[in-house]
Write a protein that binds this ligand. Structure first.
Ligand code: CA
Ligand code: CA
Ligand code: ZN
Length: 582
């Protein structure tokens, strides 16, 4: 039983006890335990084997005992008891924005609501609004929250799924019966939120491949198994489908299941005009049931006079046409990233020191790392005031003296205040190497006020880049209301960069807006928004999003050398040197 599953069990126990109105101390003990386990870098089984369970901060005697039971029996009677004490549906209520345990309990006890469906109905009937302490506004909000939940049902963040998918793929490729194997579906296209993990393999012995698949680490149970398709549940609540075909069929199958559906429709239409039919088994000349011999994807596209279309572009957004004209962009290569500018350290809410982050950046082959801790208004995140910012600058100077092979840049993720002014004076900002400006408060402004606020910051010459421009949190928070068209226009006119925030919960800008911004001439910065050493690797998701935005190295500022980067920042700061724009 892996750490995340154990953590989930304790978190659920805490949640249910909270709904039941249990003692706050008890609730917190489970929540703390869940968090502590998620933060571990070693498997619980090893800690238990070495008698170190009791040393985990945040885990008391009684929880440690429960972990032992879980590890040795795979089961916990206390957990089953608690889960059985409430209808399963009401635990999901907590996923609805604006509903805390106390409200959930009242909806359950006073209105007898036990499923999200019943809650939705009660909102539509006005029964929730009639409940003391709820009201029409609150009812409206719950209804909106349910709609959000419905829309995102079965959805998983790319950042959660991709590491799991890569491990599955590696496991499959290690199976001697597998000839070729690939990711497919939306995860291969790098979509920010996916439904399940699709895999395609070729083999002369599909049974052996299926045997290997269901035995891979992380597979919890087999949902369905057949000679060509097997579906499994994975730890962490994912589903994965594996399709196994002959090697002749592999390319057609991979294309078909990589999608997107819209891309496939466009390909089929093109094929039809040439007298061919495409399906998941192959390419067939009209009237023939013998497939054309096509070795791989490049050969497939070539067969129809197209350049190979990278999976990230297969969304029917002009890629088939561009491939026919030889006009596909050369997409950003992850290896072209030479440094990053958006990360946090222990000076604000990061988990690693500046030095640890610097060494990790150097180990990733980067030339520079920009430190951008929060500014003073982000007090909840340990934001720095002017004095601490100056102290931090001294530390960075000292580190730059001492460290070889990496250059640290001084920056700030400065809050954009309600009126669009910035959290530091110009004089302070001018002393920094770069400035990322972001909205972290007052999300509920009108679209017009929010757009004015952001545009004002974007026009400020000392703002290098606008951070996470829409503020969305995938699967949990809608973007704030903002007219991105106006923001892009302002950025293009003033030379401000826009971020693709690589944090897998954000991926903000998204691919569509990043593409529009880049086409308008706005420089794009990929920022992992790292709060730990591991967070630096979120750059990967930012790169995938940039690729989905049709971006090559040219449009992305992280591909610049240190000198080029500093020069670009200087040009942004000094409009006179930037040349005239009408
Ligand atoms: Ca899928
Ligand atoms: Ca699937
Ligand atoms: Zn931020």
């Amino acid at each position: 039983m892996d750490n995340s599953l154990v953590a989930r069990i304790f978190e659920q126990m805490g949640t249910i006890l909270d709904i039941q109105g249990a003692d706050g101390f008890k609730v917190r003990a489970y929540e703390t335990a869940g968090r502590a386990i998620r933060g571990l870098t070693e498997p619980l089984a090893r800690l238990e084997a070495e008698g170190r369970l009791d040393e985990i901060p945040g885990i008391g005697k009684s929880i440690a005992e429960k972990i032992r039971v879980l590890l040795s029996t795979g089961d916990l009677p206390a957990y089953r008891e608690i889960v059985a004490s409430v209808p399963p549906g009401i635990v999901r209520f907590l996923e609805i924005e604006g509903l805390g345990p106390k409200k959930v309990r009242r909806l359950w006890e006073e209105l007898g609501l036990e499923t999200v469906e019943a809650l939705k109905q009660a909102c539509q009937d006005g029964r929730v609004a009639a409940l003391a302490g709820f009201g029409a506004k609150s009812q409206e909000k719950i209804l909106k929250g349910i709609e959000f939940l419905d829309r995102n049902a079965g959805a998983i963040l790319l950042g959660e799924a991709l590491p799991v998918a890569k491990a599955l793929l590696a496991g499959l490729r290690a199976c001697p019966a597998v000839r070729r194997a690939s990711l497919a579906g939306s995860i291969r296209r790098g979509k920010e939120v996916i439904g399940d993990i699709d895999l395609v393999a070729s083999s002369d012995d599909p049974e052996a491949v299926m045997d290997a698949f269901v035995a891979l680490p992380g597979v919890e149970e087999t949902i369905a198994r057949g000679p060509t398709k097997t579906s499994v549940h994975l730890e962490g609540g994912f589903q994965s489908d594996l399709r196994v075909v002959t090697d002749d069929q592999f390319t057609a199958c991979l294309l078909y299941f990589t999608g997107s559906k819209e891309h496939n429709v466009a390909l089929r239409a093109l094929a039809q005009t040439r007298g061919y039919k495409i399906n998941e088994y192959g390419v067939f000349a009209e009237g023939s049931d013998r497939p054309e011999s096509i070795s791989d994807e490049a050969a497939f596209f070539r067969f129809f006079g197209l350049d190979w279309v990278p999976p990230e572009l297969r969304e029917n957004r002009g890629e088939v046409d561009a491939a026919a004209r030889g006009a596909l962009p050369e997409l950003l290569d992850p290896g072209a990233i030479r440094g990053i500018l958006h990360c946090h350290s222990t000076w604000s809410d990061g988990k690693a020191s500046i030095e640890q982050m610097a060494l990790a950046a150097r180990a990733r082959g980067w030339e520079y790392l920009g430190i951008s801790d929060h500014s003073k208004s982000a007090f909840y995140a340990g934001g720095l005031d002017e004095r601490r910012l100056a102290e931090q600058a001294s530390e960075i100077d000292a580190l730059n003296e001492r460290l070889e092979g990496i250059r640290l840049l001084k920056g700030s993720e400065v809050d954009i205040l309600d009126d669009g002014s910035l959290d530091f004076d110009d004089e302070v900002l001018a002393g920094l190497d770069f400035v990322v400006a972001s909205v972290h408060s007052k999300f509920k402004m009108s679209e017009e006020a929010m757009t004015d606020r952001i545009v004002r910051a974007v026009r400020h010459p000392l703002v290098t880049c606008l951070g996470h421009p829409t503020g969305r949190l995938l699967l949990s928070r809608e973007p704030y209301a903002v007219d991105l068209g106006r923001v892009v226009e302002a950025a293009a006119a003033s030379g401000c960069w826009l971020e693709i925030n690589g944090n897998p919960r954000r991926l903000d800008l998204d691919a569509i807006w990043a593409r529009r911004a880049a086409e308008a001439g706005v420089p794009i910065l990929i920022g992992p928004d790292a709060h730990s050493v591991a967070g630096l690797d979120d750059t990967e998701y930012g790169v995938l999003t940039a690729r989905r935005a049709w971006l090559g190295a040219e449009g992305v500022m992280n591909t610049r050398s240190l000198d080029e980067l500093l020069e670009a920042i200087a040009r942004r700061r000094n409009p006179a040197a930037r040349g005239k724009r009408s």
